[in-house]
Design a binder for this molecule. Structure first.
Ligand code: ADE
Length: 249
């Protein structure tokens, strides 16, 4: 995977992505990240990349020309039209399925805006995907691009040590992950659930799935409708919901 980030703050993204697992994956050659400074492409003698909005209003707008030239620089390097993701709170909300989908690409270009946005004409020309990381407004697209790169990269082959760990985790089957415990067996007067000490793998698996189901109902009820459940698990869910209803009354 080769990532290109079109930004006014290349240091911010490179510093953030050079550490930890993503930094190590970069060193191992599993992925590459290049931050392209949009300001390097300005034709303005004062190096400006923004101007007042036509029609008036607050703030400044990033101009089309430097953004387009920065994009063309990347497109020429790649040798084909890449997928270009514009980070904007107006976009489709990023989720795990989108991360899986983007992880299949060989190149991804992230376009990070600042100020009040980017001239619409260049967005129409280059952007293939409009993506938000949630319903709140940030000062720029750099943090959202970093969030997406982190979520996508950990799905790439060999980036995580344990190749099954991305499979059995939160959002798999549209369920939250079950609770985890490690040593000691008793901490602060609290014991580890008995079943986990039993060594009985089928029972452990059943307990974990049920914990996932209950946790999803309590914390993310919006997900449970689309959870992938066996017939027995569906019965467990129905019973749990039934008893919960009684408790609430
Ligand atoms: N730019 C500003 N806020 C954003 C958000 N929530 N998601 C993506 N890009 C943004």
């Amino acid at each position: 995977m080769n990532y290109y980030i079109l930004t006014l703050f290349p240091d911010m993204v490179m510093d953030g992505l050079n550490t930890s697992i993503i930094g190590r994956a970069k060193e191992k050659g599993l992925l590459s990240i290049e931050a392209v400074n949009i300001r390097d492409f300005t034709e303005n003698k004062h190096n400006r990349v923004d101007d007042y909005p036509y029609g008036g209003g607050a703030g400044m707008v990033m101009q089309a020309q430097p953004v387009y030239d920065a994009y063309r620089h990347v497109e020429e390097k790649i040798g084909k039209k890449p997928r270009v993701i514009y980070m904007t709170p107006q976009g489709k909300t990023f989720n795990q399925s989108m991360a899986e989908e983007f992880a299949k690409e060989e190149e991804l270009v992230f376009l990070c805006g600042h100020y009040e946005g980017i001239d619409e004409r260049v967005l129409e020309e280059v952007v293939t995907d409009y993506v938000s990381i949630g319903d709140y407004v940030l000062t720029g697209g750099e943090l959202p691009a970093m969030v997406m790169i982190d979520a996508i990269s950990r799905l790439l082959e060999d980036v995580l040590h344990n190749d099954t760990s991305a499979e059995f985790e939160t959002f798999h089957d549209n369920l939250l992950e079950y609770p985890q415990y490690s040593r000691p067996e008793t901490w602060n007067g609290k014991k580890v659930p008995e079943v986990l000490l039993s060594g009985h793998h089928a029972n452990i698996e059943k307990w974990r799935r049920e914990q996932s189901i209950m946790r999803t109902v309590e914390w993310r009820p919006d997900l449970i409708e689309n959870a992938v459940l066996s017939k027995k698990e569906k019965q467990f869910l129905d019973k749990y919901l039934e008893e919960r209803k009684k408790d609430l009354h």
